[in-house]
Design a protein around this ligand. Structure first.
Ligand code: SAM
Length: 238
């Protein structure tokens, strides 16, 4: 008989990422704000007593948008150009048994509002609304291992693209609240080049898009330069 365990969401993280495409492939790659909204029963300040002394947290979460697609024995990590397969347990793929993920985030603030806790964090690589199932402090003396071998991803991805904004995109930013913050975020995300590693001939003219912070962001890539062509506010995705 198989062991089976039920997991319960203890909270949900709010991030500007409204779709999977464009989200950084690991935590800490982009300085993006997020808020973990704790659910009733897990939102009492007493449960967080002492956490304020830690700078970073481990979030254990469920890749909830992958659950319906099951899991794969072998997956193609984007870091290997998308054309080499590795065993699922040699990767951080969302398509894994139990669909559990682990991200390190910086803890900015433990906010208590009307007796309920919200954790303000930075650096998450998670979709808006991702269910969080556990929170633990990051312990540098055990969790940071400078001698560890990084397998097929020994270094952070090198920032690949230079990012410029079209006049149209610059104009649209003027009408968006916190436009400068959004611009900085878009720059960091597009520079990481979220395009699929495997590209076909003719993809050069392609316009890529992501839904971010209530906007539809579109860009094109030519060589190592990305041009953000438009940033349209889209109230529906907020
Ligand atoms: N740091 C985590 C880990 O190692 O478990 C996540 C790594 S995973 C490669 C990060 C990617 O998962 C993101 O780029 C995004 O495409 C995807 N993702 C983020 N949140 C998700 C969710 N709730 N459901 C499904 N996929 C998600």
């Amino acid at each position: 008989m198989k062991d089976a365990f039920a997991l319960t969401a203890i909270g949900h993280i709010r991030t500007p990422f409204h779709e999977k495409f464009g989200i950084p492939r690991q935590s800490g790659l982009v300085d993006v704000a997020g808020v973990v909204e704790m659910l009733p029963g897990y939102d009492k300040p007493v449960l967080f007593d002492g956490l304020e002394a830690f700078s970073h947290l481990w979030l254990t979460f469920v890749f909830h948008q992958s659950v319906s697609q099951g899991w794969r024995e072998r997956v193609r990590p984007p870091r290997l150009g998308g054309n080499q397969r590795k065993g699922v347990f040699a990767t951080r793929s969302p398509f894994r048994p139990n669909h559990l993920g682990l991200s390190v985030v910086r803890l900015e603030q433990i906010q208590v509002k009307e007796g309920r806790v919200r954790l303000h964090v930075r650096g998450a690589d998670l979709l808006d609304g991702t269910p969080v199932v556990d929170i633990k402090p990051y312990l540098p003396y055990v969790d940071a291992l400078p001698d560890a071998a990084g397998g097929f991803a020994p270094h952070p991805p090198s920032t690949q693209l230079q990012v410029v904004f079209s006049d149209e995109a610059e104009g649209q930013l003027q009408h968006i609240p916190s436009g400068e913050t959004l611009k900085t975020l878009i720059k960091q995300l597009v520079a990481l080049d979220p395009r699929p590693a495997y590209r076909k001939e003719g993809d050069e003219d392609r316009v890529y898009g992501m839904r971010l912070a209530g906007c539809n962001v579109r860009w094109q890539v030519s060589g190592n330069c990305a041009t953000v062509v438009s940033i349209e506010a889209n109230d529906e995705s907020q």
